[in-house]
Design a protein around this ligand. Structure first.
Ligand SMILES: NC(=O)c1ccc[n+]([C@@H]2O[C@H](COP(=O)([O-])OP(=O)(O)OC[C@H]3O[C@@H](n4cnc5c(N)ncnc54)[C@H](O)[C@@H]3O)[C@@H](O)[C@H]2O)c1
Length: 250
């Protein structure tokens, strides 16, 4: 079997995890990585036995990948994704696709014009619990969706690691908003949100955000996320998604 030649861009927490999977999948060959931090670049080469370059240009000219995971900080997805797509490389871009609508549009346009596949790393779509809920709701088992409630709360270590570079809507709420669009099958029409700051004041980010969503079919959703739970919480997170329909609940 010919293996897909895959690269990973950004060898931080998520990049390491993508590379580990590509290294072990029978269908993929990890042909290269990109990382600007010298120490991380050396460590990645040692760990995965593949070259780690300092730029996407070097990766493209030396390793010729067919597909790539973009695992850079949220605000840095656009330029490398556009360059990779233009070079004919299929893309898995970590969530959020970009932090502006213009950035998202640029990546989508580059992928369309180069005719490459583009996917955002919305992991809940591959979580069996969320998949089963999707199957039962889309299969009509709760009737028409009336209301959805999602909770996604993390321990304090999470915002402390990120050091204020990203807020709750892009880090946590994107997952549940995407899950609601996917499971409900309808786009969001209006959003209204409240937030509070009492703990993470030094980082300049919200402790908690509660968003109310109204969908185009008249159904509504509530997404609650905080990241101020004590680090002693054994699971490190607390999450839930509930769907209430005209004939049942999932
Ligand atoms: N799907 C999920 O559940 C999930 C979970 C966590 C994070 N994420 C997303 O994954 C992405 C990466 O997050 P992370 O936590 O791994 O970040 P991270 O900070 O741990 O890693 C980012 C890496 O990119 C490197 N880097 C920065 N600029 C670079 C550049 N121009 N070229 C090459 N390398 C560069 C950094 O040195 C660092 O090693 C983010 O978009 C984040 O939102 C997704």
């Amino acid at each position: 079997m010919e293996r897909l030649r895959v690269a990973v861009i950004g060898m931080g927490t998520m990049g390491l995890s993508h590379a580990l999977v590509y290294k072990h999948l029978a269908e993929t060959e990890l042909v290269g990585m990109v990382e600007t931090d010298d120490r991380r670049r050396r460590e990645a080469e040692q760990q995965f036995g593949a070259p780690c370059f300092a730029s996407v240009d070097e990766l493209l000219s030396e390793a010729h990948p067919q597909a790539a995971s973009v695992c850079l900080p949220d605000g840095l997805h656009v330029e490398p994704s556009v360059a990779l797509a233009a070079a004919g490389v299929h893309l898995l871009v970590e969530k959020p696709l970009a932090t502006t609508l213009e950035g998202c549009d640029a990546i989508i346009a580059a992928a369309k014009s180069a005719n490459v596949k583009l996917m955002t790393g919305f992991t809940l779509r591959f979580d069996p619990r969320y998949w089963l809920l999707h199957e039962s709701v889309r299969g009509g088992q709760v009737g028409q969706v009336v209301y959805m409630y999602a909770r996604r709360n993390n321990v304090l270590a999470s915002p402390r690691r990120l050091g204020g570079r990203v807020g709750l809507p892009f880090f946590l709420q994107v997952h549940d908003i995407d899950a609601m669009r996917w499971i409900g099958g309808v786009e969001v029409k209006r959003v209204f949100a409240f937030s509070a700051r009492k703990v993470l004041t030094d980082l300049g980010v919200d402790d908690v955000v509660v968003s109310s969503l109204q969908f185009h079919d008249g159904s509504i959703g509530c997404v609650e996320s905080n990241w101020i739970l004590p680090d002693s919480l054994p699971a490190g997170r607390d999450f839930q998604l509930e769907v209430v329909g005209t004939t049942g609940k999932g």
